[in-house]
Each structure stands twice: as C-alpha cells, then as structure tokens.
Design a protein around this ligand. Structure first.
Ligand code: AMP
Length: 284
C-alpha cells in the first residue's frame, strides 16, 4: 500500500516538511470519514492540482451539538483507506480526539458576524465554530498550498473562505461540485441512516433543487417564488419536515428576495430523524 497512515500530528508535520523540501505542492481534503464518491471527487481534484494529497479522516466532536449524532456517526476506516489508495491520496491523517484536543484545549476560531448564524447555524448554533477550529488546526498541521471542500456544504465553504481571508492563511480554497446518486440524492455519509422508505422520501430534496434550478435558468429572478415552489415540493412528502429553505447572498449568507448577484438557494430537511442538506447556486 502506498498510502501513508498517520495518527500523530508530528508524523504529518515530518512528512509534509520532507515533501516541501523536495519542492512538492501539498493539497488537503478534510473529511469526517465514511467516504463516498463525493469525497472521492475532492481527492481526484486535489490529485489533479497538487503533487501530494493529505486527507484528514476525523469525526470532529466540536462541530456536533449535545443532542446530535456524534456517537452514531458512521465509521469504517479500512474501507476509507482502500478508497483513498485507489484515488491516489498520499497520506491519511486519522488522529484520536485526544491528539486533536489535548486535555484543557480551550481555544476556538469563530467568525463573529451573522454568517454562521444563518441557515444551518439557526439549529446548529455551535457547529461552524467547531468547523472553523478543526479546519484551522488542520491548516496549521498540514500547511497545505490548497484545500478542497464540497459545494454540498455551501455555508461551510463560504465561512471557510471568509476565515482564510480574515486570518491571512494564504491557502487557496477550491470548491468542488455536488456529487449525486443516480436518482439525484446528494451523496452523504448520513444517507446510511435512512430506511428504504425514507431513502425514497429523501428524493424530495433533489427534486426541489432541480425545480428551483430550472426556474432560475428560465429567467425567474423573484427568489421568494423559487423558494415557495421548492417548499411546496418538499411539503408534498409526508416523511419530510423542513428546517429551512432559503435564498441568500452567495458570499455573506444574508437573506435576499431578488436574484441580482450570485445567490445560494439552500435547504435542510429532516427525513424522519435524519437531517439532510442540499443546495444550488445561481450566478445572478
Ligand atoms: P464530511 O465528511 O461530510 O465532513 O465532508 C467532507 C468534505 O466532503 C466536505 O468538504 C463536503 O462538502 C464534501 N462532500 C460531502 N458530500 C459531498 C458530495 N455529495 N459532493 C461533493 N462534496 C461532498
């Protein structure tokens, strides 16, 4: 196996130092494991743009709320390694919680604006503080030239772009398109929670996304009309419960009503107990 498995921060630093001394560029793909083709697409992109690709595989406790699915979150490290090897990653970083958060760790990175309070932040108020903190730590450990994130988590991507700008990280953030199942459902590690009946019901998210996208492509510029039509599509599914369906400015995440610049139309929907997200972007 060519893939290097590292569980300690120091191992990663030593390996990356060696690569940099050889003049090689390094890409980072942060993940929480239980990898699927969505993650693989980020690795492929990273491999195409960087000499060496580091993938972190870490279920980050600080981004889960007290009543969320931290313990239940699916894990299969051996399968993840096989996928990463197949896609040409160079190193997987799989630390313990203690390695990442030593006893007494009390320093966090947080964007102090409304950005992390919008959309997913309404029901997950501490989520993006956990994300920014762990990604900052990974940036400090790996010191990548580029880091790769999915458009699937659009608010996360916007927040991390802001963090990199605000803290002068000097790392290029590369956003990658959403990878979907053949029937449209956005790939997610959380899809494994769905019963067969719920899996079918979950199609209401992508159905709503495709409907909204189609309206925007046909020239609709009234964002409220698009959101209403999408909301109706989801409400027609008895197993679905909407957390939010909203159109926001693509950079600031502030609610908008007319599409003028780049707009993110995003949703979070509970299918049974499982909370799923999906979105699309209108370039404006
Ligand atoms: P996660 O393991 O869910 O934290 O995701 C790790 C990275 O993979 C994030 O940047 C996600 O946005 C990205 N990702 C997850 N699912 C998909 C997908 N279906 N398509 C593209 N990227 C994805």
């Amino acid at each position: 196996m060519n893939l290097i498995v590292a569980t300690k921060i120091e191992e990663v630093r030593t390996q990356v130092r060696t690569w940099k001394q050889q003049g090689l560029t390094v890409g980072l793909v942060p993940t929480m494991g239980y990898l699927h083709e969505g993650h693989a697409s980020l690795v492929d992109k990273a491999v195409s743009l960087c000499d060496k690709v580091v993938v972190s595989d870490f279920v980050n406790p600080t981004q889960f709320g007290p009543t969320e699915d931290l313990d239940a979150y699916p894990r299969d490290f051996d399968r993840d390694c096989a996928l990463l090897e197949e896609h040409g990653a160079s190193l997987v970083f799989h630390p313990s919680v203690e390695e990442m958060y030593p006893q007494g760790a009390a320093t966090f990175v947080e964007i102090q604006s409304d950005m992390p309070k919008a959309l997913c932040g309404k029901t997950r108020p501490t989520h993006f503080k956990g994300v920014c903190t762990v990604v900052s730590k990974l940036f400090n450990i790996v010191t990548p030239d580029k880091a790769f994130f999915g458009q699937k988590d659009a608010q996360q991507l916007a927040i991390l772009r802001r963090m990199v700008r605000d803290l002068s990280y000097g790392i290029e953030i590369v956003g990658c398109p959403i990878v979907r199942e053949a029937d449209g459902l956005a790939k997610s590690s959380r899809n494994t929670y769905l019963s067969p009946e719920e899996r079918q019901a979950a199609l209401c998210l992508s159905k709503a996304v495709f409907l909204g996208q189609d309206m925007a492509e046909k020239g609709e510029r009234d964002a409220d009309k698009i959101v209403s039509a999408m909301t109706e599509t989801i409400q027609a599914e008895p197993l679905a419960r909407i957390d939010y369906v909203t159109a926001v400015d693509g950079v600031t995440m502030e609610t908008i009503h007319r599409i003028e610049g780049p707009v993110l139309v995003a949703m979070a929907v509970y299918i049974g107990k499982t909370r799923l997200i999906d979105n699309f972007i209108v370039e404006g």
